[in-house]
Design a protein around this ligand. Sequence first.
Ligand code: PRX
Length: 652
Amino acid sequence: MDPYDILHRQSVDDPEAFWGAEAAGIEWHRPFTRVLDDRRAPLLRWFVDGTTNVCHNAVDRHLATRGDQAALIHVSTETGSERVYTYRELFDEVNRVAAMLIGEGVERGDRVLIYLPMVPEAVFAMLACTRIGAIHSVVFGGFASTSLASRIDDARPKLVLSADAGSRAGKTIAYKPLLDAAIDLARHKPHRVVLLDRGLCPMTRVDGRDLDWATLRARHLDDRVDCAWLESNEPCYILYTSGTTGTPKGVVRDTGGHAVALVASIKYIFDPAGAAGAVDPVSGRRTFFAASDIGWVVGHCYTVYAPLLAGMATLLYEGLPTRGMDGEPDAGIWWRLVARHRVNGMFTAPTAIRVLKKQDPSHLTAHDLSSLDALFLAGEPLDEPTARWIADGIGKPILDNYWQTETGWPMLAVQRGADASMAPRFGSPGKPVLGYRLKLLDESTMDEVGADRKGVLVLEGPLPPGCMATVWGDDARFVDTYWSLRDDRSVYSTFDWGVRDADGYYFILGRTDDVINVAGHRLGTREIEESIAAHAAIAETAVVGVADALKGQVAIAFAVLRDPASMATPVDRLRLEGEVMALVDRSLGALARPARVHVVDALPKTRSGKMLRRALQAVCEGRDPGDLTTIEDPSTLRQIHDLLHPSPSIVA
Ligand code: PRX
């Protein structure tokens, strides 16, 4: 057995011994009395009775040794600004926001909703919440009012932190009107809204509710706030993610287990050299650049928490990968930043690389990338041509890794910290990460499948620390959604298909459910359908994810009209398509916008009325729709096929 096999076996055979030792990766205020309490499995409690604080471990702990080292490097090519905060400056800013939250009545256990663009204040806010034991819920700035309102109603935040606007490709995106509309829509009304004024867009304030960030900051300039010592299982944050219903799930992350898992992931996956004590010879530190929005799980874990917990500097970037500081096109901007800030590890999604692939490859070699150890990619399937293109272009290891919002850190990865000689394999994110008991099961028999056989990827409990503790406010939903019984063991479903080769490398083959992945962003088709159904002319709709060369997948909508005669001409239908796109933009945000809206007479369903989405998706992608014995009316699918591919039919 190689070193990885030995370590992996130990980690899953005796999780208490393995994680008990990994817990030394963070500081505890009071030691835990028990590593794992699984009496209510699958609801777990890690590091029982131990008290700690994530902000203490991410900031305060480093002051003595790294006070003057860079902690947060903020670059915005949207506003042409760049600012470096040392750990001491980060500490000061976090204390100011913590004092501001306390001053506005936020207490331990209260929720704070963060709806901010990629500004340093977003990081201060997250850390300030964890400092005082408030539970943050960051909502992606690209989400619009309906998504925001459903999250406000579920999390019931006492306070919201937001801004006048974000910016994308030089275009201002006003946040305040979206937030106001969301609060109007929501049943729950937050007491306070604190607004950062970036000077991008005028704001109208709501009296008695809205406050100015800069004024509050000035009031609390010299304040210090002690860290609240939380029991390891108290929640750190809620992060909403899409599923197969229209109601997003609030993934709850705990405190101690989450911090221990992230530190372990840096050691085994993302920066083994740094964890072993190496520093960059030029910068004298380790620097990580995860180019993900903080509203997504990669942003939470690898832009904010993990690098800071590990004492690295983290680069927070607002902008596109193809636009420079002066607003001019610059497909080399990321590599320019890697060189300037001596980035040692970089993390993004394959879509971003496919965007760069359309540009002149000379950008890849024009900068000094000597600091960079590896480029990590995750969030969607990494196609081999893209992986080869970027590997050849930058001459660095390209390390795909596979996980979900729910797991909070990788399930499959190349783990150079477990075995320095572990090599990546094209098309595979790697092998099961230490602590994860991965299995591939036959969908109907639930039997384990052998090498080279497709199965549903599941995890046997106990899930390692850092994975979701529960669904916010709904333990039953957590158990019912994810867990099923197999013999006497319950297993967690990832809702992904996978296959394993004879050497133990896994390959991901796509979702088993109706979740789609647009440019590395996870979206529920049900949410999009609900938003489209609000159009007065539409009786029924179905949305599927269809393969797209750039974005991985895009949403395609099919709509049945209430009164087909009223929209008989192509011009009517084009207008309807535009209206539907605008409707989705306003309620969910542009990411969810369908690339096409096709008007059809009827949708393909089973005799019991279930939508045949897999068949619909197959027809869109020009594939065989498979077994259609349960279809109520085969002509529905034939009509759609003929509409999309006016050539010889593949549908019988
Ligand atoms: O379908 C898998 C896909 O993205 C889903 C999780 O998305 P999200 O919750 O947004 O978390 C992203 C964390 C990186 C998975 O169920 N997915 C994620 N990583 C990969 C992937 N598909 C293929 N390869 C990957 N490396």
